[in-house]
Write a protein that binds this ligand. Structure first.
Ligand SMILES: Cc1cc2nc3c(=O)[nH]c(=O)nc-3n(C[C@H](O)[C@H](O)[C@H](O)COP(=O)(O)OP(=O)(O)OC[C@H]3O[C@@H](n4cnc5c(N)ncnc54)[C@H](O)[C@@H]3O)c2cc1C
Length: 405
């Protein structure tokens, strides 16, 4: 029996596994001939882009409900090392036991992780929304604060990093605090070393973001870094001390460290260069997709770490890994559109188009698009319908999100 090993069950990994199952089905190969095995440190697929939201009830979907119906095996374990020469991966299971898994083809989809610099106190006192577990921990902390009597810093949240994630966290925070019962004296402060909020949004989108944050009452501290974090607050490089019981770190992403265990070229974010078929350049039998990989998606621009690219990269990696195993032609992935839809909480959202991020729609209209994306477009079919799961994994390109439902 041949084995296709998929490491990671996020947006790229889930869709790679489903895409591989779909292609296996199309070829007519039985599961007993080609095993598709998914390894993830969690037993769920995290709709990671929703980890900043108030309602986390549907952002961790059990893998069993998505993979069992299509005959894909899955196990919970930490992938620790890859040996591409021997075609082996070392994993550690929940009981702490190490195992070596062989493979015929590997699909690396272990995503990215938040960069956590060695700032005094950050590891102990900082919160984040990088994973489902971290998002739940933040919500539990806010709920616990909500049950306490008002005190200095109880109602103040500092969000560090005014990029995509930090802006979404800050804009959603009024509603999160309200849900935690923290209404009076509320302060939300967005901190960034850049001179502007949303530096990568360019001149078009920034005024919209500034307006939304101002309406939401989000304060900013720009041109400063965090010097230290403590339980009662944080100290900025400017010398300012902000009493705050909640500090949410949102500054910077890096590719999964597993990418570095492969003898292949990586970019400044630690991502592996993949060709249009999602094959890791310079290695045989190894595919990669999602945040751990970088592809020239329109022949000109490198993919951005996003579910927008991770999902199609995953579908094509899954299709191609099976095609490769059976000596069939591979399909290149080429996407000629790029958009961003930034959630701005109770104010609405910002929808930009193109690599220059021209403003397309704002406010309530853009929010409709954001909610359609977050609640429908990026979800796999639920309910265990095998045919629906396989059909959704076809190696096709979706159109850009519509501006009206
Ligand atoms: C709060 C937030 C908001 C975001 N908003 C947007 C947005 O609006 N639009 C957008 O396009 N993108 C957004 N992103 C980015 C988006 O979530 C990522 O680009 C996307 O999740 C990448 O998919 P992936 O499959 O490559 O990685 P992931 O979704 O991170 O999946 C990686 C998987 O691998 C597993 N894993 C990792 N390492 C190991 C290991 N060693 N062993 C076993 N398992 C492992 C993880 O558990 C996880 O299941 C947001 C991210 C965050 C955190």
């Amino acid at each position: 029996m041949a084995r296709i090993l998929v490491l990671g069950a996020g947006f790229a990994g889930l869709w790679a596994a489903l895409g591989a199952a779909r292609k296996r089905d199309e070829i007519g190969a039985p599961a007993a001939e080609v095993e598709i095995l998914v390894v993830d440190r969690n037993a769920y697929h995290n709709i990671r882009v929703r980890n900043y939201e108030v309602d986390l009830s549907e952002v961790a979907l059990p893998l069993a409900g998505l993979l069992d119906p299509v005959g894909v095996s899955h196990m919970v374990a930490e992938a620790e090392a890859i040996d591409p020469a021997k075609r082996q991966v070392t994993i550690k299971t929940g009981s702490g036991q190490k195992e070596v898994l062989g493979y015929d083809r590997l699909v690396l989809t272990t995503g990215s992780e938040l960069v956590r610099p060695a700032i005094p106190g950050l590891a102990v006192h900082g919160f984040d929304v990088d994973t489902y577990a971290a998002a739940v921990r933040l919500d539990q902390h806010l709920a616990a604060l909500g049950r306490q009597a008002p005190s200095t810093g109880r109602s103040t949240v500092v969000v560090v990093g005014a990029g995509f994630t930090g802006i979404e966290v800050a804009a959603e925070m009024p509603d999160k605090l309200a849900r935690a019962g923290i209404d009076s004296g509320r302060r939300i402060i967005l901190v960034d070393p850049n001179p502007v909020v949303g530096a990568t949004f360019g001149a078009h989108g920034r005024p919209v973001i500034d307006q939304a944050l101002s309406v939401l009452g989000v304060e900013t501290r720009l041109n400063v870094r965090v010097a230290a974090v403590a339980a009662a607050g944080l100290t900025l490089s400017s010398g300012e001390i902000i009493p705050a019981r909640t500090v949410v770190w949102c500054a910077g992403m890096r590719a999964s460290p597993l990418a570095a265990s492969l003898p292949a070229a990586r970019d400044g974010l630690g991502r592996l260069a993949v060709d249009p078929y999602m094959r890791v350049e310079g290695l045989t039998g190894v595919f990669a997709a999602g945040d751990v990989a970088s592809s020239l998606i329109d022949g000109q621009h490198a993919t951005v770490m996003s579910c927008q690219f991770a999902r199609p990269m995953g579908r094509f990696a899954g299709h191609n890994v099976v095609a490769d195993l059976y000596g069939e032609p591979l399909l290149p992935l080429h996407i000629d559109w790029y958009v961003t839809v930034l959630d701005l909480g109770g104010w609405g959202a910002l929808y930009t188009t193109g690599w220059d991020r021209e403003v397309h729609t704002t406010g309530a209209a853009a929010k409709v698009t954001k909610q359609t994306i977050n609640h429908q477009r990026i979800y796999p079919p639920r309910g265990g319908d095998r045919a629906a799961l396989l059909a959704a994994a076809a190696p096709t390109i979706q159109a850009a999100p519509p501006t009206r439902p």
